[in-house]
Design a protein around this ligand. Structure first.
Ligand code: 5AD
Ligand code: SF4
Length: 480
């Protein structure tokens, strides 16, 4: 489809033919050398995972990768729509490409991801950034060869967003160019059906769709066989995994199945919605061999009226009782959460309930956001009388409370022994860097040969969110 018409994929050459053609046309543009692509990712892990699929397909089309805009033949921005400032950054960065495109007219510029699934955004790109060649949304990531083929052969700008039929498709078997070789992601489900009143995700990522347990298990097995040590299972709301499958299965059952895979690795998952996180899930974590005792459980607000307005379907009490149950089953569990400050109509007293919940639970880490109105969501129509300056003050108050609480929490880890996955060497600090089961960063001196291995580290100090420690002599620690 060029411009507004619906994409008719049947009229394209086969996928293989598109891949071949793009490879040929791009190598001519790059004057015979390997064409270079720059893929920049904004936003969440799901976008990081999508970018790995974009890179995988680009690899098939003969591209290598660069981080340098000046030398790129193709620049692709994979965007995020969850908050306004992420969108502003994208507009700024696309704007900055104008001069580059003038200097190098053969450059192909594409913008994709969540922002592009919103009609008003695609329209703005069309009107205000005429040098952007290709715009496409999250539902057609798997169509990159066809979209590039069309961009290169039609001489027109190409716009493609998901439609109802695409929405339901899960495409298996796409090539994935993984960024890292120790920790990686596996998407278990796409989309979200919750319609929290502030959130744009259900509009841009569509309805919940789960991959089959067979497909997930196969991918996880092959990653473990390839030597990956940590696999993070991804979904907007993993606890409703499997409900819409032909043979429904719970997320806990999926976890138990994956936990059976032999090998020395660990599993994490995100994101859990408190309304769907069950005792069965907690029990499964507690009884498993490979699942980290760490849980990302966004509570968003500590006040029941605000939770109702947010359409979250749980109360502060219910949230706290889930936390208490998890602590009882796994005393070493580490929690993290997402919080929104300044939801429309929130009062200072209601905001203080959020602070008190932070102090009560003690989170190892928090992702805190000031409310940002999103076009098309219910909250965007609500009265929002608190001025931004006031919300910023509340925000700072929350950060201060979290800092004090987290300091106390990390102090209790000093003196313990932690199982750490070594991820890299920090040349600057001259230490090995890794992560504990609770997902805390940990630095300690040791040989480079330990990168990619599990080791035991005695924690001696905690400073600015980083634990410091010493390697115990029995170095590697297998749990196969
Ligand atoms: N404004 C601010 N934060 C938001 N989030 C989602 N939508 C908004 C919004 N409109 C936050 C939530 C969610 C996280 C991924 O982003 O806290 O859990
Ligand atoms: Fe957005 Fe709520 Fe779905 Fe999370 S659960 S993606 S916050 S609608």
């Amino acid at each position: 489809m060029t411009d507004e018409k619906k994409q008719n994929w049947e009229r394209f050459p086969s996928r293989e033919a598109c891949i071949e053609q793009v490879a040929e046309l791009m190598s001519v543009r790059a004057t015979g050398a390997e064409p270079l692509a720059l893929v920049r990712t904004y936003g969440c892990q799901q976008n990081v995972a999508d970018s790995e699929k974009l890179r995988g397909q680009l690899r098939e089309m003969g591209f290598s990768f660069t981080e340098n805009e000046e030398e790129a033949d193709l620049i692709l921005f994979n965007t995020c729509a969850v908050r306004e400032n992420a969108e502003f950054r994208v507009y700024g960065n696309v704007g900055n490409l104008k001069g580059l495109k003038r200097k190098k007219p053969s450059l192909i510029i594409g913008v994709c991801g969540c922002m592009m699934e919103q009609a008003h955004v695609a329209e703005k790109i069309k009107q205000s950034y005429p040098y952007v060649n290709l715009v496409f949304g999250t539902h057609v990531v798997h169509k990159l060869p066809e979209l590039l083929y069309q961009t290169l052969t039609s001489g027109k700008r190409v716009f493609a967003r998901g439609d109802d039929s695409e929405d339901k498709t899960i495409v298996e078997g796409l090539p994935i160019h993984r960024d890292r070789d120790i920790r990686t992601w596996v998407t278990v489900m796409y989309g979200c059906d919750n319609f929290c009143s502030y959130c744009v995700v259900p509009y841009v990522r569509g309805r919940e769709r789960s991959r089959t347990p067979q497909a997930i298990e196969e991918e996880v097995r092959s990653l473990i066989a390839a030597g990956y040590k940590e696999i993070v299972l991804l979904g907007q709301n993993v606890n409703s995994y499997g409900k819409t499958l032909e043979q429904p299965i719970s997320f806990s059952a999926l976890l138990r199945r994956l936990d059976q895979i032999p090998g020395d690795y660990r599993l994490r998952f995100m994101t859990s919605h408190p309304k769907d996180a069950t005792k069965e899930l907690i029990d499964t974590m507690a009884e498993s061999k490979h699942i980290c005792h760490s849980l990302h459980l966004p509570f968003q607000s500590g006040n029941d009226r605000i939770l109702r307005e947010m359409n979250r379907h749980y109360t502060r009490e219910q949230y706290l009782s889930l936390i208490a149950y998890a602590r009882q089953k796994m005393p070493d569990i580490a929690f993290s959460s997402d919080i929104i400050v300044g939801f429309p109509g929130e009062t200072y007293e209601e905001f203080r309930d959020t602070v008190s919940l932070v102090e009560e639970v003690g989170f190892a880490s928090l992702f805190t956001f000031i409310y940002s109105p999103r076009v098309g969501t219910r909250a965007a129509d609500m009265e929002d009388p608190v001025p931004p300056k006031e919300k910023s003050r509340w925000f700072q108050e929350l950060l201060d409370a979290q800092e004090a609480t987290a300091d106390r929490l990390t102090d209790t880890i000093v003196g313990t022994t932690q199982r750490v996955l070594v991820e890299e060497v920090s040349e600057k600090r001259g230490v090995l860097c890794g992560k504990t089961e609770g997902n805390l960063n940990c630095d300690f001196p040791g040989p480079e040969s330990l990168v990619g291995q599990f080791v035991r580290v005695k924690i001696t100090e905690s400073r600015n969110w980083v634990l410091k420690g010493t390697l115990l002599t029995d170095t590697t620690d297998t749990k196969a």
